[in-house]
Write a protein of this length. Structure first.
Length: 377
């Protein structure tokens, strides 16, 4: 039945990428070498920040930012329940308290009014997530933070290259984190990077990622640190990838455009479009929203039978078993998040996805929806 396999996602790896990694392997310097410095410089130039600190994963980057923001011992950090689990876990690692606020129905990002309503004397930081590569309302979020003296850390792990009001995400907060897992817009295998303009944060984050080393003494540890270093093979791959990031983003945007054209003909399906202020989207995954009344799970299962993989991005964080058990969250607490989560489906998507593959996914989606609407009629 399936004439070719359609993967959910796939990194774009060129011969030059392979050569860059191979060169590191031949050099014998596999950690703390020149590639990490060059990679950091390239990201900092691309994003437009003074500093960039490469780390072992996006999650590691978020964790270090929570440590630098002093999100410790019950300090409250306001964030989104509609995200990947790491954006809430990073707060718990420091014994801070994630305070979830509901999302805006159009952008799927935290609602600035809900942020205002959730402020308390214990609020220490705001952790907006630019979900699916579409910027949160950084104007309003930063205004709230300024007024209350709060630290803003952007979870930009899904949003490299995205812009708000013509300015790149990652330049709004005290710091921001990008991630490079293989399904992201660019990859280092595993890896992430923190960007900031603050020299004190730069110094502290560099020490924290490297066992708390601060001076030149290799065995002198000034902080309780971690080993969150990025290795040289990953940094070399990252350098090669960031050097063509605009091309990667443009090709992803083209695949998204093809999807948009095909899906315009399918009733009951809505696609992501730019929202207020989000002047440039950076395509991470391809999400569709299904009209209420259709069962997302039935449609996903039917597409699976037709050989098309899909994913449920994202189940609400507050309803993850571990959050329910430990913190007693209940269904109904964040109704917009729950409604959006129940009706969204990620379709196969990657930089080099051919038009025929997009067509096949859309045909399968049409078939699944036809069957679903017939069943529920
Ligand atoms: C990918 C991602 C991260 C970090 O993921 P790692 O796998 O640790 O690199 C964090 N937050 C969000 C929203 C993400 O999508």
């Amino acid at each position: 039945m399936s004439e070719f396999h359609i993967p959910m996602s796939q990194p774009d790896i060129t011969e030059r990428d392979i050569e860059a990694v191979t060169r590191v392997l031949r050099s014998g310097r596999l950690s703390i070498g020149p590639c990490i410095d060059e990679f950091e410089e390239a990201v900092r130039n691309y994003v437009g920040t003074r500093y960039a600190i490469a780390v072992a994963s996006g999650t590691a980057g978020l964790h270090l930012c929570m440590r630098a923001a002093k999100a410790e011992d019950g300090a409250e950090v306001i964030t989104s329940p509609y995200s990947f689990i790491a954006s809430a876990n990073c707060i718990l690692y420091e014994r801070g308290r994630p305070v979830f606020v509901d999302i805006d129905e159009d952008s799927f990002n935290i609602d600035p009014d809900a942020v205002e309503a959730a402020l308390t004397d214990r609020t220490t930081a705001l952790l907006p997530v630019h979900v699916f590569g579409r910027s949160a309302r950084m104007d309003r979020i930063c205004r709230t933070a300024d007024r209350r003296g709060l630290t803003v850390v952007e979870d930009a792990c899904e949003a490299i290259g995205a812009e708000f009001a013509g300015r790149k995400v990652g330049t709004f907060g005290k710091a921001a984190v990008f991630a490079f897992y293989p399904n992201k817009q660019m990859t280092t295998g595993e890896g992430g990077i923190i960007v900031t303009d603050d020299p004190n944060w730069d110094r502290e984050l560099r020490a924290l990622r490297n066992h708390g080393r601060a001076g030149n003494e290799w065995l002198e540890h000034h902080h309780l640190g971690f080993n969150y270093r990025l290795n040289e093979m990953s940094a070399a791959l990252g350098l090669s990838q960031i050097s063509r990031i605009e091309d990667l983003l443009a090709r992803r945007a083209r695949v998204a455009e093809t999807y948009g054209e095909r899906l315009a003909h399918i009733a009951g399906v809505r696609v992501l479009t730019p929202t207020a202020g989000a002047t440039r989207m950076s395509w991470f995954v391809y999400i569709v929203r299904l009209e209420s009344g259709m069962s997302r799970d039935n449609i996903a299962a039917r597409m699976g039978e037709m050989g098309i993989p899909t994913r449920h991005y994202f189940p609400p964080i507050h309803l993850q078993p571990f959050f329910v058990e430990r913190y007693g969250y209940k269904r109904g607490q964040f109704p917009v998040t729950e409604r959006v989560s129940a009706s969204t489906l990620a379709l196969p998507f990657h930089t080099n996805m051919p038009e025929q593959a997009v067509d096949r996914v859309c045909r399968a989606l049409q078939t699944a929806i036809d069957e679903e609407t017939r069943l529920s009629a």
